[in-house]
Design a protein around this ligand. Structure first.
Ligand SMILES: NC(=O)c1ccc[n+]([C@@H]2O[C@H](COP(=O)([O-])OP(=O)(O)OC[C@H]3O[C@@H](n4cnc5c(N)ncnc54)[C@H](O)[C@@H]3O)[C@@H](O)[C@H]2O)c1
Length: 352
């Protein structure tokens, strides 16, 4: 997909933004950013947004009528589609439900937008659409070879966006996020919150293999800045949104030690077959076409997560199972919290 001609729409800050998944981790940050600059916001999620001044459509997007309610009203300028089945492991266990949640819902939303004359549509995609690229640096031209139903359904969603841009002139875009981290992820099961739980609980972590697996982590503030830029520029196409600087699991662990002041002792355990050796991304397109400039350093970003966890005061979700996986692209984590919680960023972890 390439950037399309602009359509006649209200100024960027004027129109209503419908944010699916707006009570989730990224969703709450996106709602705050859009509302904070004056866009009216409607959240569509299974539960109401905690801020009662934010309009909420509460429902299950796979149920009839919810999509129509979401884009009704005549003042909707666009949709930021964040709702998804985000667990890689669950996607493997439940491929049909994953299709319904990630493909059928995206199609229904696109069609609802087309029928309602809503011209902007931004979808949260993932680097997992590419699969295992070894240590290669991945850009948007990489072939799509997803390894899981999660990655495959996100890739399918990207194709639907492409078709609606081509056929109907809608400004549709897929932002392929790497691992997003930041405050508000206490309910998540990815490797940063697992490390934070281990620190809070005074436990150690197990790392699969040598810990030299590389991952790209992007702070939620930078992820949301990319969403705003895509909205404002009516960006059409695909862009990778990451920090552009991958770190090893061991480097990440050191950064968490620095931020938390906790020892986080490590036990290396046998590597998992199939774990992706690296996620290394090129963010040049986002820089050039969105003016995207990731601005939160890993240390500063982890400090925001630690403050959030420390404020919560107790280990959240500390009973996560040993060997549950972490990030989206692969099936195994690289880190486990000992003695009972896994922390690794491996091949496609449980929660993205
Ligand atoms: N967090 C990451 O590291 C990451 C990385 C790459 C891509 N993404 C994508 O970004 C998006 C947001 O992720 P997140 O981390 O905020 O996830 P999250 O699980 O915190 O939030 C998702 C929200 O969507 C809602 N939702 C899901 N399916 C729904 C349905 N059928 N009907 C109504 N509501 C539904 C959930 O209730 C939840 O509030 C997802 O599309 C995810 O695939 C996230």
């Amino acid at each position: 997909m390439t950037t399309s001609a602009p359509m006649a729409t209200p100024p960027a800050c004027a129109g209503r933004v419908v944010i699916t998944g707006g009570t989730g981790f990224v969703g709450r940050a996106a709602v705050a950013a859009f509302a904070g600059r004056g866009n009216p916001v409607t959240v569509v999620d299974r539960s109401a947004h905690p801020d009662p001044t934010v309009r909420s459509v509460v429902g299950e997007l796979t149920e009839p009528g919810v999509v129509a309610d979401a884009v009704a009203g005549g003042d909707v300028a666009g949709v930021v589609h964040l709702a998804a089945m985000t667990s890689v492991l669950r996607s493997v266990e439940h491929p049909v439900a994953t299709y319904q949640a990630n493909v059928a819902v995206t199609q229904d939303l696109l069609e609802g937008c087309r029928q309602a004359g809503v011209g902007r549509f931004i979808m949260a995609s993932t680097n997992a659409v590419v699969g295992d690229a070894g240590h290669a640096t991945v850009d948007e031209a990489a072939s799509l070879r997803p390894l899981t139903p999660y990655g495959a359904t996100k890739a399918a969603g990207e194709m639907l966006l492409c078709g609606y841009a081509g056929a109907y002139g809608m400004a549709t875009c897929a932002l392929r996020f790497t691992n997003i981290y930041g405050p508000g992820m206490g309910h998540k099961d990815s490797f940063v919150p697992r490390m934070m739980r281990a620190a809070l609980a005074g436990r150690g972590v197990q790392i699969y293999g040598d810990g030299l697996q590389r991952r790209d982590l992007v702070h939620v503030d930078d992820a949301v800045a990319a969403v705003l830029a895509a909205w404002d520029r009516r960006f059409t196409g695909t862009a990778i949104i990451g920090s552009g600087q991958s770190v090893t699991v061991l480097e990440l662990l050191d950064a968490v030690r620095t931020v938390t002041g906790c020892a986080l002792p490590v036990e290396h355990v046998a590597a998992k077959p199939g774990e992706m050796p690296a996620v290394i991304v090129d963010i040049s397109r986002a820089r050039e076409q969105l003016g995207y400039r990731p601005s939160v350093s890993l240390i500063d970003g982890l400090a925001t997560v630690w403050q959030d966890f420390a404020a919560a005061g107790a280990p959240l979700n500390a009973t996560a199972p040993l060997n549950a996986t972490v990030d989206s692209s692969t099936l195994h984590n690289s880190v486990v919290v000992t003695p009972s919680v896994v922390v690794t960023p491996g091949t496609g972890g449980p929660d993205r």
